[in-house]
Design a binder for this molecule. Sequence first.
Ligand code: GTP
Ligand code: MG
Length: 383
Amino acid sequence: MFGSLKEKLNNTISKLSDKIYTKGEAKAVEEQNIKETPEKIIEENKTNLENSEKDLKEINTESFEKKEKIGFFDKLAVTKSIKKVLGKDVILTEDDIEDVLEEMEMELFEADVAFDVVEKIIESLKNQLVGLKISAKDDPEEITINALKKSIKGILSQEKIDVFNLIDEKKANGEPAVLLFVGINGTGKTTSISKLAYILKEKGYSAVMAAGDTFRAGAIEQLEEHGKNTGIKVIKHQKGADSAAVIYDAISHAKAKGLNVVLADTAGRQTTNINLMDEIKKVVRVTKPDLIIFVGDSLAGNDAISQAEEFNNAININGAILTKTDADAKGGAALSIAYSIGKPILFMGVGQRYSDLQEFDVDWMIKKLFSEESTKLSSERQF
Ligand SMILES: Nc1nc2c(ncn2[C@@H]2O[C@H](COP(=O)(O)OP(=O)(O)OP(=O)(O)O)[C@@H](O)[C@H]2O)c(=O)[nH]1
Ligand SMILES: [Mg+2]
């Protein structure tokens, strides 16, 4: 997940740190680290020693000398490491880091990060680093990591929508929350609806799914299958029926039964298809959804962003779900989409199990981009 973006950010961090070390005439200093050996290891050593004593006795070694088993110094582990320390204070100028930032610009474009997002990250890095006084007690790597994290947090921090809060608020008014899912073909709308249905059920909410894709062959049956798997009722009409009417029926059903959420599926459509765009506009007019959620495929990179912009212009979306991030090595769309369209990411699809829908959180994303551990994703499939 996001491996290539992670690597490129790491490159920038080490190149910027190198610039600081070079300008600050860094020297290598040997550091001694004294660490107390944990009790558990001391216990293990004791047992090993005792066992080896027993072994020795068993082979009748007469001259075996019993010694103090664990001495004072065994409790301390001394390790040495080489650390770079600045020889003099550094104040970075724009010239000092210009070439690293230019390289970063190219690398981020390669990872499908949107143009305005790249520009914004560079501007933020310059604002933080140029003119900053860095002295011997500072850690250049820590300074650059923190600067980059701050730039990226700025990009990701769009106004948040808490979907579960919204559902609670509607519930308190005795109304179902209506969530409409839109996007181009095959991005993962139906799958994301089913994942959300599963998660809502786990959280104790009641939901109904509306088979609003009356266009594609097999779409109604696909949603019914998910309905069976998740135990959530599906409201459907015939193929070719009016999508707005199906979703309207599902809302009436939810109201009559006191259900908390209506999850409305719609057909995949290209924004150039005037008939289908008119259809979705009608769905919005008739059903008045509480949230219009654009579902984009993270593997589509910059295209996912332009699709989101086009849907936003046509029907004013509230937020986005980005799917298939488990298979996305680049990460550019995930980093860029919220900033580019000015709407938050609500969830991310992270695999092919019903539980593989991650509520989007800036800190979660920062951890994915900067933590050293590689993300272990399940390859298990439930659909
Ligand atoms: N690996 C992975 N696959 C996903 C994810 N979300 C969806 N998929 C897969 O993407 C494919 C398309 O998913 P659908 O939910 O049918 O997409 P759709 O947008 O409803 O498609 P249309 O109705 O044809 O427009 C399926 O094979 C899903 O299993 C995800 O988060 N990770
Ligand atoms: Mg579908």
